[in-house]
Write a protein that binds this ligand. Structure first.
Ligand SMILES: Nc1nc2c(ncn2[C@@H]2O[C@H](COP(=O)(O)OP(=O)(O)O)[C@@H](O)[C@H]2O)c(=O)[nH]1
Ligand SMILES: [Mg+2]
Length: 225
């Protein structure tokens, strides 16, 4: 597909404690590479990738493909809760919530990240995928798969064990998140819940698609789904 053309611009945000592998995960997803000596990228806070999304049609066959321009936002340096603001979460339509399978504390932080999300995201139940990262380091594992699954189930979100080092489940996680987002967009006929930053290829953003009245209902928790 040519550079300027896409049907949807979708912004995703990677969250989780410092060191869990957010930057490495995004780098593996967009570039298919891993650098164990990765130094926080200076000056770039998001990565981009184009994907095709095919929704299942009513008859079970694939519908027309949608051209998606994914913007994946990293959160380097903003991991500390107090520095996160509503503005930081604004515009993101889906969240990759990572913890480190070899560091139990990062798993315990997941609850805090979930409450931050519930407070600041576009609605109280935004689309989130939980990732237990560094699954290649099986010998150093501190978090059991069943415990992570149980927590994910409690929050009603999918859980995957991933490795930014060998790429395991990395693209699958993004596919699952994108699928949740696209299905939510389908469900919300008026689309008034869509965050301001969502841009259609014709240059209009979601704010332009709604009336002032509806605009007043755009507060978080009112996504209508
Ligand atoms: N073995 C292994 N190391 C990883 C993985 N993901 C990240 N790392 C390493 O963990 C450290 C922190 O990763 P980074 O991406 O900077 O974490 P961030 O602070 O969440 O962005 C770096 O040394 C990475 O090389 C993984 O899946 N497996
Ligand atoms: Mg980082």
């Amino acid at each position: 597909m040519s550079d300027g053309e896409y049907d949807y611009l979708i912004k995703l945000l990677a969250l989780g404690d410092s060191g869990v592998g957010k930057t490495s995960f995004l780098y593996q997803y967009t570039d298919g590479k891993f650098n164990s000596k990765f130094i926080t990228t200076v000056g770039i806070d998001f990565r981009e990738k184009r994907v095709m999304y095919k929704s299942g049609g009513p008859d079970g066959n694939s519908g027309r493909g949608q051209r998606i321009h994914l913007q994946l936002w990293d959160t380097a340096g903003q991991e500390r809760f107090r520095s996160l603001t509503t503005a930081f979460f604004r515009d993101a339509m889906g969240f990759l919530l990572l913890f480190d399978l070899t560091n139990e504390q990062t798993f315990l932080s997941v609850r805090n990240w979930m409450s931050q999300l519930q407070m600041h995201a576009y609605c109280e139940s935004p689309d989130i995928v939980l990732c237990g990262n560094k699954c290649d380091l099986e010998g150093q594992r501190e978090v059991k798969e069943e415990d992570a699954l149980e927590l994910a189930e409690k929050f009603g979100i999918p859980y995957f064990e991933t490795s930014a080092a060998n790429g395991r489940n990395v693209s699958q996680v993004v596919d699952v998140l994108l699928d949740l987002i696209m299905k939510r967009m389908d469900r919300c006929a008026d689309k008034s819940w869509i965050p301001d930053g969502t841009v259609w290829s014709n240059g209009h953003n979601s704010t332009e698609k709604i009336t002032e009245d509806q605009n007043q209902n755009q507060d978080q928790g009112k996504c209508g789904c």
